[in-house]
Design a protein around this ligand. Sequence first.
Ligand code: ADP
Ligand code: MG
Length: 253
Amino acid sequence: MLQIMDLSKSYKKTLAVDRVSFTVPDGQVGILLGPNGAGKSTIIKSIAGLLRYDGAIMIQGIPSREIAAKKIFGYVPEIPALFDALTVREHIEYIRRAYDSDITEEEIQALFRRFELDDKQDKLGNELSKGMMQKVSICCALAVKPKVILLDEPMVGLDPQAIKELKEVVLELRNQGITVLISTHMLEMVKELWDIVFIMDKGRIRATYTREQAGNQDLDAIFFGITRGNAGEKAESGILEPMQESTRESAGN
Ligand code: ADP
Ligand code: MG
């Protein structure tokens, strides 16, 4: 489980995240959906411990700053950052040791095959294309064998085969009871995956929908309504009530 409580973050004068609270329960896939600049990466970097912030973040009930919490989450940054002087294989070995992960050699090789990196194992970090770096970054996060995994715009820059594999991996993680948080500016990218979606704009969560609450409503239309300001007035007073907020008929419920 991932709990974010009253998280705020300013960069000098920019209030990037404004009193955001949300929870992703065990074994669910949560989506931070919002346009560029909404504050998605700031939230994910705060969870990952890369920023100073106000508020509290708990991973499996453990404050995120504690080592015990850091050891059980994986993080795929928006822009992959690899070590220039380590090979692909060495990146995984580094993670395995640093996290004391029980990932086996067979599991590592299966991951490489899955992401078409098996013939790239001896390449150095700085010899890889952007897409390959992204795939190594995903493999590193999975090699942690995390209880909670954070993926910041993970599909951007991936080829269609890797996108398909990543979606399958996310569904497998969910089946294993692992908590997943994915940020995206396009719900289309994650439409088969999500359990709960947090629609963000200008540093705040403007609406929250579980799949059940969303029913057959067109979340893209709701998203555009919110981010174009149609729902701005209401949003100021807090999280919009799912269902009531929409003028659409919900055929689903
Ligand atoms: P998103 O990931 O949703 O596109 P970000 O979290 O990256 O949004 O950015 C949220 C806001 O914070 C934006 O206004 C952005 O310009 C600002 N911001 C992000 N990173 C920095 C930084 N390092 N310094 C100053 N402002 C930043
Ligand atoms: Mg971002």
